[in-house]
Ligand binder design. Structure first.
Ligand SMILES: Nc1nc2c(ncn2[C@@H]2O[C@H](COP(=O)(O)OP(=O)(O)OP(=O)(O)O)[C@@H](O)[C@H]2O)c(=O)[nH]1
Ligand SMILES: [Mg+2]
Length: 506
């Protein structure tokens, strides 16, 4: 930056503003020049930083985030629940976190997937009804001990104590059950459309091997392989021009002859009747089936969801449940504050124990890990090892991640998730200290238990960080769009800053 003395012809206001004062002493001049030199250096370094950033962008140096956490099948620690085992009880919310991320950062893509999520929701509804139908079958079997289907092997019925006997179903119940049988086909057909062909066999045989109950009567869960283009399976093909001209068009093919919407609509009244029937509620209570606590629960929304032209809301999509197997990669182009856009890759991995070996290759190149630990699973245990409490397993998993040498420089962000369910459980009177003995006689409140767990995770983080690093921890209920929005924005900012600092851009 050069300075000229002001001449009468030079009227440029900027030149006037930066011109040296007319009566400047030599000392003042030296001081000014030193300050200007410093300012130029700062300005040059900012320019350089922007160039490096642009270069980095060109080289497609994406920010890489891995969503991690325990997620295999689980069981309640009450023996009755072992027999009502259902792999959906213990999922964490990795995919739900990703859905939030999509909703915030790539809303068009999120909206374009409504048709597929509608099918998943229909499947979730059909599945809940089947669980009720299975329970009714058990009640029927229990009431006719001489029937060839008598449940000698159904231990759950034999261990019921006398005052908890299964209620007797009336002829009206059995008629309802029959009228709802088309939903079993709906479930089967959606299952087959969503799952890879081999999934049906492997999942059912897996279930059959866990219990003696024939697999046709077990709840089974649909999963997707990352490589499967399942999301296009249910979309109506729209030309780009049609899609952009009708922005509100959800792309759902309501006229698809295979659309189960019609059957669901026909069965709506019966489903609502069944779900609100006091005898059926009693039956579920006795068997301790808590459908309302299971992921993918939509029975309180049947009227809306069974409408012929039902289009899922954002909340519905977040609540829909579809298990992930393998790894799926999601790409975003994101802008943080006034920084230039960066490519992001978010990896969603299935959390089952058997899949954990697949996580390791990511540790070499990942910028950040969002680790989900569900706080609500304190009263549940692992299927593989019923002696292990799930919360304890989550803590051990956290310890192994935090102490991993490859991850010492990776940003670790902990989501203590499913806070809403934790709160509901505590309010219903379930005692935290019964399962987490070390909690002792502290108050059985959300505040007390959540702070206690945060401290536990934080201490492990501290003790396993040879170089001190910040403990980032959020209490989340990732099905709540509003609160998750702010948390994910903060996380996004944090990860970008970290990745820029690492590449000496900040
Ligand atoms: N109430 C409540 N439900 C949640 C929360 N987080 C996730 N869920 C529900 O739990 C179910 C499973 O969540 P996912 O995100 O599919 O779990 P995941 O970690 O991807 O599980 P896997 O794919 O099996 O590894 C979904 O139906 C979600 O709606 C939460 O904080 N509160
Ligand atoms: Mg998942």
């Amino acid at each position: 930056m050069t300075h000229r003395s002001v001449t009468s012809e030079d009227e440029d206001p900027l030149t006037l503003a930066i011109a040296p004062p007319p009566n400047e002493t030599p000392t003042q001049r030296d001081q000014r020049l030193a300050e200007e030199k410093k300012a130029k250096e700062i300005s040059d370094s900012i320019d350089e930083e922007i160039n490096v950033q642009r270069l980095a962008e060109k080289k497609e140096n994406p920010v890489k985030v891995l969503l991690l956490g325990q997620s295999e099948s689980g069981i309640f620690l009450n023996p009755l629940h072992i027999l009502l085992w259902d792999s959906t009880f213990n999922v964490l919310g990795k995919t739900t976190t990703l859905k939030n991320f999509q909703l915030i950062n790539s809303p068009k893509a999120f909206k374009a997937e409504r048709a597929s999520w509608r099918a998943v929701i229909q499947l979730n509804v059909a599945r809940s009804i089947r669980i009720i139908i299975d329970a009714m079958t058990r009640a029927q079997q229990a009431s006719s001990p001489n029937s060839p289907l008598a449940p000698d092997s159904l231990d759950d019925i034999s261990i019921l104590d006398s005052e908890n006997e299964l209620p007797t179903l009336t002829a009206e119940h059995l008629k309802l059950k029959m009228r709802l049988s088309p939903l079993l086909q709906v479930e089967e057909s959606l299952w087959r459309r969503l799952s890879p062909s081999s999934a049906f066999e492997s999942e059912t045989s897996h279930l059959a091997s866990i219990t003696n109950v024939p697999h046709s009567t077990r709840p089974k869960e649909v999963y997707v392989q990352s490589s499967m283009a399942w999301k296009s399976t249910f979309s109506r093909l729209l030309s780009t021009s049609t899609r952009s001209s009708v922005d509100s068009d959800p792309g759902i093919d309501f006229d698809d002859p295979k659309d189960p919407g019609v059957i669901l609509n026909n069965c709506a009244e019966d489903m609502i009747k069944l779900w609100h029937d006091p005898t059926i509620r009693n039956l579920l209570n006795v068997l301790r089936i808590r459908l309302e606590d299971t992921p993918g629960f939509f029975l309180d929304d049947l009227e809306r969801i069974t409408e012929l032209r039902y289009v899922p809301s954002d909340d519905d999509i977040l609540k829909a449940r579809l298990k992930t197997m393998g790894v799926s990669e999601h790409r975003f182009v994101l802008k943080t504050g006034n920084m230039v856009s960066r490519d992001w890759r978010v990896f969603d991995v299935g959390g089952a124990r058997s899949l954990r070996a697949a996580w390791a290759p990511f540790f070499e190149f990942i910028d950040a890990i969002i680790f989900l630990a569900p706080l609500s699973c304190f009263d549940q245990s692992l299927v593989e090892d019923p002696s292990v409490n799930r919360l304890e397993d989550s803590i051990l998993l956290w310890r192994s991640i935090v102490s991993n040498q490859l991850l010492q420089k990776t940003e670790l962000i902990l989501f203590l998730n499913k806070c809403d369910i934790l709160e509901a459980k505590l309010e219903s009177g379930i005692q935290f200290s019964k399962w987490v003995i070390s909690y002792g006689d502290r108050p059985n409140t959300f505040e007390g238990t959540s702070k206690y767990m945060k401290k536990k995770f934080g201490t492990i983080h501290k003790h396993n960080s040879p170089t001190p690093r910040t403990f980032y921890c959020h209490f989340t209920s990732v099905t709540d769009i509003k609160s998750t929005f702010q948390i994910l924005e903060n996380v996004k900012d944090l990860i970008v800053r970290k990745s820029l600092t690492d590449s000496h851009m900040l």
